[in-house]
Write a protein that binds this ligand. Structure first.
Ligand SMILES: [Zn+2]
Length: 310
């Protein structure tokens, strides 16, 4: 089975291994008496700020197992450049613990965290300054493992849709979709089940906007609505936050935007749509710089076949 991620892997992951442990970067640190630490950090603010030292993604101080405080100054390379400045030389006159010979080598995570797991595991090496900004989930994942079953589910959904409405001619609206919630393990939601509900409520089954991806997002909205009606507290998670979608066909641009708006975590699809596809073919909606959410997407190899050979 061939599975191709639609975009290059996030370059921010270069500093992290697959098990979320950090790749270390060698830095220089001063060993400081606790009562002198805050004064030293204030003095460093002008003479050698963390940003100039390349260490502004970590906390400046770490307490060692020996009880001593270590104040990280800079990467080894950045220190060589910065320690030549007049400001730094003047500071060393007052603070001999900042002299090069008094410094010790420490390891810190080389890159800021991309995921919560990076933030937590990275702290074992050196505490990170702040948790990751919200963005695409980049944890090691089970995409390769789950995709055959999920695409088969999406294809079964496509066939179920055909039992409810006539076949369509354009890409995305011909396909099937299934929404999975890997966080809670809720029963997956299918486009066909949602369409059946809508038809029961009197909607026309062949409505031109009811493409399969739109239907699973609607199904999730319905599930949240039903839970609230049963008295469940409002969910903190917006619509499809943290969820995965499997599609037989690449979503059109409208559906790709709907998936983005729903805050879906990742999408896998079986067949490209060179004429209308919104995840890699005509447009790459999931990677737009200007949107407030992005997600990861994979496509299957071109040989992926629907059950009836379409
Ligand atoms: Zn569509």
């Amino acid at each position: 089975m061939m599975l191709e991620e639609v975009t290059a892997p996030d370059p921010r992951l270069a500093g992290w291994r697959d098990d979320a442990t950090p790749i270390a970067m060698r830095c220089l640190a001063a060993v400081v008496e606790p009562k002198r630490a805050s004064g030293l950090i204030r003095a460093l603010h002008d003479a050698l700020p963390a940003s100039r030292g390349g260490v502004d993604h970590v906390k400046r101080v770490k307490r060692g197992g020996d009880g001593a405080l270590r104040v990280v100054l800079a990467t080894v390379e950045a220190f060589e450049a910065a320690s030549d400045s007049n400001d730094y030389r003047a500071l060393v006159q007052q603070r001999p613990e900042l002299h090069r010979d008094a410094l010790t080598v420490v390891d810190i995570p080389a890159q800021p965290p991309v995921t919560r797991a990076h933030f937590e595991r990275g702290a074992a090496l050196w505490p990170l300054a702040r948790p990751p900004a919200q963005g695409p989930c980049a944890t090691p994942d089970d995409v390769g493992e789950t995709v055959p079953r999920r695409l088969a589910d999406a294809d079964a959904d496509r066939r179920a849709l055909l039992r409810i409405r006539p076949p369509s001619t354009t890409g995305c609206s011909r396909g099937g979709a299934v929404l999975y919630d890997p966080l809670t393990g809720c029963v997956p939601l299918t486009a066909a089940a949602e369409l059946a509900e809508l038809v029961k409520e009197g909607a026309p089954g062949d409505h031109p906007l009811l493409h399969a991806p739109m239907l699973v997002v609607r199904a999730q909205a319905r599930r949240q609505r039903d839970k609230r009606a049963e008295g469940a507290p409002p969910s903190e998670a917006y619509l499809c936050t943290g969820m995965d979608v499997a599609l037989t066909h690449e979503p059109c641009i409208m559906c790709a935007m709907a998936l983005l708006h729903s805050r879906v975590r990742r999408v896998v699809y079986g067949r490209r749509d060179p004429a209308h596809g919104g995840l890699g073919s005509v447009e790459s909606v999931h990677t737009l710089e200007s949107t407030n959410h992005r997600f990861r997407a994979w496509r299957h190899d071109p040989d992926w076949r629907l059950v009836d050979g379409d």
